[in-house]
Write a protein that binds this ligand. Structure first.
Ligand SMILES: CC(C)(COP(=O)(O)OP(=O)(O)OC[C@H]1O[C@@H](n2cnc3c(N)ncnc32)[C@H](O)[C@@H]1OP(=O)(O)O)[C@@H](O)C(=O)NCCC(=O)NCCS
Length: 154
């Protein structure tokens, strides 16, 4: 199992994941639900890659890096790291957002993927603690956080 940074070589698998991911599931938003492969490769993929080192973006935009969890040649899930907190992120989505493909949920991938993501995030994020948000009606994600040493702060 490994995390791979978003890249051009994996475009087909990344596109399939992105276009199938709901527009909003438990507060995890995806503006590219239903996007065509051509639009993904021409616009969406370059845009998402550029988020790591944003150019010509508004001041409020926080650099964000997309990673994909792979296991035995299959793309299993997506993990997004936002590089630092702003007031909006502190009161909202936090440092990390994630999802696992529907047919692979409940097998420990969310827990394992967040563990790998935290290892990478520790070298990026300047804050002393990593902040994540979960909706009250999303016990699966809460478990994933608690399994990774999370504590409830609010
Ligand atoms: C949240 C999500 C990433 C979890 O991924 P996953 O691979 O299924 O997670 P895991 O298999 O590692 O663990 C799921 C845990 O939740 C528990 N769980 C699952 N459904 C549950 C439910 N309805 N009630 C209570 N616990 C539940 C599982 O039992 C497991 O905990 P355990 O290991 O203590 O038994 C996945 O459900 C998902 O992609 N959801 C949609 C997007 C989303 O909600 N993202 C997070 C936003 S904060």
């Amino acid at each position: 199992m490994e995390l791979r940074k978003i890249n051009v070589q994996d475009a087909a698998a990344q596109w399939q994941y992105t276009t199938e991911l709901p527009a909003d599931e438990n507060g995890l938003t995806n503006p590219y639900h239903g996007v065509s492969f051509d639009e993904y490769t021409e616009k969406v993929l370059p845009t998402l890659i550029s988020y790591e080192h944003p150019i010509n973006m508004p001041d409020w935009f926080v650099p964000e890096t997309y990673y994909y969890l792979w296991d035995e040649g299959r793309l299993i899930g997506e993990f997004r790291i936002r590089h630092h907190l702003t007031e909006t992120l502190r009161n909202g989505a936090g440092h990390i957002g994630y999802s696992i493909r529907k047919d692979e949920r409940g097998k420990g991938y969310g827990t394992a993927g967040l563990k790998l993501t935290i290892q990478i995030a520790k070298d990026i994020i300047p804050e002393e603690e990593i902040y994540l948000r979960v909706n009250l009606d999303n016990p699966a994600s809460l478990h994933v956080m608690l399994h990774n040493g999370g504590r409830v702060v609010g």
